[in-house]
Write a protein that binds this ligand. Structure first.
Ligand code: ADP
Ligand code: MG
Length: 398
């Protein structure tokens, strides 16, 4: 087993302990902040000069993810490397893994990168998911069209989908060919549209020794396929459902032989049963509340798993509501008008409001610009303050 590399202890070559991340988005930025808080130096590989993580890293290697020289450089700088997005090219993780510990592994990421592989994996691990069919060619399309139990359904691209992108609703089999054409005949899965009572997710962190801890179950509200609100404790998820979700997430992490932070999204159906939706091989938007509501955040868990540090069970000390702040907030009068900064002073005047902005200068509708955590001593009070924040920001109530 790799020895833990402790912060603030130089190695034999005199290098300060350095953690690296592939990908410079907001998840990478918050990971770097957690690493820096614990005394690590940080390095990020991202092609974008203005990437949120690149701008706060000790070293920003500005190059393509598959650039052999940049990967070599990252492996020299960092004592261990993680990723912050699941579409990272497998070759990048594999190349790095020849030189430094990399977690999660390329194999685990590959499962999460591909919806059909992911669903097959979930089922093989004994966890239920929505009924589905692979649609990769005309024959697959015809087979799927002949399964009435899959309609009404959702056709989702097997790869590269996020925030509801790459999905088409298909009411009946007759809609399937046009939906598939609309998705460019890319490999897809057709999934039955389920009657969701509520959505929730669980974040687990698993170390190289197999030790596994988890955050409490998060209740998630999506609008237009994008996460809008997370509430923890989850008001509409029973204790038994929470236990089942945690057990399923831990089982999936073990089946993947996973090292790192893994998020599993679940649907609670009208009959109360639980099905897994998808997995993210990294911290997740629904875990952001942990930054202010838990003694160990999802990003610190990522640092700990990567550096081989002890994993203590995180404890939530405050009820929390997280509001996602999308670029739409900058355009209260429509996307044609120049952007206007939201009323941060009004939001920050609310008790227990913790504002996190990702340093993105360019607001666009649908773009994740930041999040607002509301914490407090009492869940009802936190909800009340969060509703006030919604009014200040012009967000719909939840
Ligand atoms: P993404 O990768 O974009 O997050 P998801 O598969 O998680 O894709 O879908 C986004 C959202 O769409 C889900 O959180 C849920 O609200 C809705 N959704 C996805 N699949 C289904 C389904 N089979 N039945 C009902 N709603 C679904
Ligand atoms: Mg999702």
């Amino acid at each position: 087993m790799t020895q833990p590399f402790l912060p603030a202890a130089a190695d034999a070559r005199g290098r300060a302990p350095t953690l690296g991340v592939l990908g410079g988005g907001q998840l990478g930025r918050m990971f770097l902040h957690a690493a820096q808080q614990m005394g690590y130096e940080t390095a990020v590989l991202d092609p974008d000069a203005a990437s949120p993580a690149g701008r706060v890293a000790h070293a920003h290697l500005q190059a393509a993810y598959e650039d052999p020289q940049a990967l070599q450089h990252l492996a020299e700088l960092a004592h261990a490397v993680t990723t912050e997005f699941e579409n990272v090219p497998a070759v990048a993780l594999k190349t790095l893994a020849l030189h430094v510990p990399v977690s999660p592994s390329a194999a685990a990421v590959a499962v999460c990168q591909h919806r059909a592989r992911e669903k097959a994996f979930i089922q093989a691990a004994g966890v239920s998911c929505a009924p589905f069919a692979d649609v990769v060619d005309e024959a697959g399309l015809a087979t799927a069209a002949n399964r009435p139990e899959l309609f009404p359904g959702l056709l989702k691209t097997a790869t590269l989908g996020y925030d509801g992108k790459g999905q088409r609703a298909v009411a009946t089999a007759a809609d399937l060919p046009a939906a598939w054409a609309d998705l460019g005949h890319a490999p897809c899965v057709l999934e039955k549209r389920l009657d969701l009572r509520v959505e929730c997710s669980v974040i687990v962190a698993r170390g190289r020794d197999g030790a596994c801890v988890h955050l409490p179950v998060q209740q998630n509200l999506h609008r237009g396929g994008i996460l809008a609100v997370t509430q923890v404790p989850a008001p509409d998820v029973s204790a038994a459902q929470s236990q089942a979700a945690v057990a399923a997430a831990q089982r999936l992490a073990a089946a993947l032989d996973y090292v790192g932070v893994l998020c599993v999204e679940f649907f609670v159906l009208a009959d109360g049963s639980l099905v897994a939706n998808e997995m993210a091989p990294r911290p997740h938007n629904s875990g952001h509340y942990s930054m202010d509501a838990c003694d160990v955040s999802q990003f610190e868990l990522q640092v700990r798993t990567l550096a081989g540090l002890p994993l203590t069970p995180p404890r939530q000390h405050s009820p929390a509501v997280m509001l996602n702040l999308l670029g739409d907030l900058w355009f209260p009068d429509g996307a044609e008008q120049p952007p206007r900064s939201p009323d941060w002073a009004g939001v920050l005047a609310l008790p227990g409001a913790r504002l996190h902005l990702y340093g993105k200068t360019d607001a666009r509708p649908g773009r994740k610009m930041g999040h607002l955590n509301i914490v407090g001593a009492d869940a009802a009070e936190v909800r009340e303050v969060a509703l006030q924040a919604c009014r200040v920001l012009g967000l719909p109530p939840f």
